[in-house]
Write a protein of this length. Structure first.
Length: 498
């Protein structure tokens, strides 16, 4: 069956009593999930949700989120999302003209009134109703869908302009799930702490128990570490899937309180830069864990992976000399190339023209494959982010990188902020916390947080990166980061600060 719901829900027959999801001490088995989906599906149908209905889902990462998603898919409806950190602003920036219904928690249902199209919707459902529904007898029926029909629509934050809308099909997500299963090194006894919704779908598909982190999903960096560490200890978790920003919250707390989390055997992280000094911190708190970084984006996940537990000394030396961040072996995508073009739009190209654009030096990372989004809803963003090579669509990541002689990908930052070579080199030599390098008036400025390094010894930092000339060093109280992962530097805000 093409419907993603079938792959997710069939597990109840294989392992009905295995714990599927845990949240705030509450847990449900795979059979419980199956039953709740039956109940909520019936309720959604009674409210007018039908096949191909587009439903905006404003439910934080929780048991009810996955009940909602799978219930909608069983109907053949299409859940639509915004990242938790952008919901209020997203209400203002997006029109939602084609949305047929809304499911959300109370707070977000109230927010929806600031958007004229959402305000007049007839179908508005409070997700809390899931906990109050009556049992439904019989088997769950799953609507057959076309493999290329939409399964998820995602509204981007629009931080760089008008928001883009990404639609992923059932076929796309099933392909992605299979790729992730190969990357994520699952074992049947695994119990994972997770903050990444799309990866938790992969866990459900692979019958892996997921404990949903007791985190602040609208701003991961402000999460309460004590509560999360207690989850890790109480649930005897042996693996973690989380953004670097949340892992930093955990490691800071553990180091301050001399806590070692020896039960954790696998850590997977991505969504932002993972530097050598932070890897060393993770190894101190999680001494028995394998640490794997995943590189990708909304449009292409994953692109590369790297086991960074015991980085080769030669690779660390390369980082110190300006090679950037090692993203690792290329996975998932059919093709990954580095191109030298700085044009706002590219193509269409012939294969020969594409080959001529490729470089063995640093350039923009472009990818294609079954797990790479080929276009945006309505076409907005396609010209800037996509191009065709003899009919094959490639995605421009906006990231700079280089592929080494062994075929591994190294990251050099964004096209607009190409300074991971400097940042990574400093992080490989010093424990610095959050730093950033920006360009202003043709001068390179190194930005540090107050207390990160002795001001009197700044020359030590400058001398460590002789491959690039730093013109100025500035200190700020705190370097601003994105709310989604609490990891990526918010360069627009930072430039205003300095």
């Amino acid at each position: 069956m093409n419907n993603l719901a079938f792959k997710l829900i069939q597990n109840y027959k294989n392992n009905p009593d295995k714990i599927c999801l845990v949240q705030d001490g509450k847990q449900i088995t795979y059979k419980d999930l199956y039953d709740k989906v039956k109940e909520f599906k019936k309720y959604l149908l009674s409210k007018g949700i039908k096949k191909e209905s587009k439903v905006l889902v404003l439910v934080p990462m929780s048991i009810n989120l996955y009940v909602t998603l799978i219930s909608l898919w069983t109907i053949g409806a299409v859940p639509c999302f915004m990242d938790a950190g952008f919901i209020k602003n997203g209400m203002k920036k997006n029109e939602f003209a084609n949305v047929d219904g809304l499911i959300g928690i109370t707070k977000y249902l109230l927010y929806s009134n600031i958007n004229s199209n959402l305000k007049k919707l007839d179908i508005k459902i409070n997700a809390n109703v899931i906990d109050k529904l009556e049992k439904v007898d019989g088997e769950l029926s799953i609507e057959e869908v076309e493999s290329k029909s939409d399964a998820i629509i995602t509204y981007t934050s629009g931080t760089t302009g008008k928001p883009k809308i990404a639609a992923r099909s059932h076929e796309f997500l099933l392909t992605q799930a299979n790729i992730l299963e190969n990357c994520l090194d699952y074992a049947s006894e695994d119990v994972e702490l997770s903050t990444v919704p799309i990866f938790t779908l992969s866990n459900i598909s692979s019958q892996i128990t997921t404990v949903i982190a007791n985190a602040n999903f609208s701003d991961l960096g402000s999460s309460k570490a004590k509560r999360i560490v207690k989850q890790i200890e109480d649930n005897k978790l042996n693996r973690i899937m989380a953004a670097p920003g949340l892992l930093k919250v955990i490691t800071n707390y553990c180091q301050e309180n001399s806590i070692v989390l020896g039960n954790v055997k696998k850590i997977f992280t991505g969504g932002g830069a993972v530097f050598v000094d932070f890897i060393n911190e993770l190894k101190t708190v999680f001494p028995n864990s394998k640490i794997v970084t995943l590189y990708g984006s909304t449009e292409a996940e994953p692109i590369a992976e790297q086991d960074v537990t015991n980085l080769d000394e030669e690779d660390i030396e390369k980082t110190m000399k300006g090679n950037g961040i090692l993203a690792g072996k290329i996975v998932g995508v059919t093709d990954c190339k580095i191109i030298s073009s700085k044009e706002k739009t590219i193509g269409p190209l012939t294969t020969e023209e594409f080959i001529n654009m490729q470089t063995e030096d640093v350039g923009e990372i472009v990818v294609t494959g079954d797990n790479v989004l080929k276009g945006y809803v309505g076409g907005y963003g396609d010209k800037e982010n996509k191009f065709a090579v003899d009919g094959t669509i490639y995605h421009r990541t906006g990231d700079l990188g280089i592929i080494d002689e062994t075929g591994r990908l190294w990251l050099r930052g964004r096209v607009k902020n190409p300074y991971f070579d400097i940042e990574a080199a400093l992080h490989a030599r010093f424990k610095l916390g959050k730093i950033a390098v920006v360009e202003k008036d043709e001068k390179l400025i190194l930005v540090l947080e107050e207390g990160a390094f002795e001001k009197a010894k700044i020359d030590v930092l400058i001398n460590a990166i002789r491959f690039k000339k730093i013109d100025e060093v500035k200190f700020v109280k705190k370097i601003p980061v994105d709310k989604r992962h609490s990891t990526k530097v918010d360069y627009n805000t930072l430039m205003k600060m300095i």
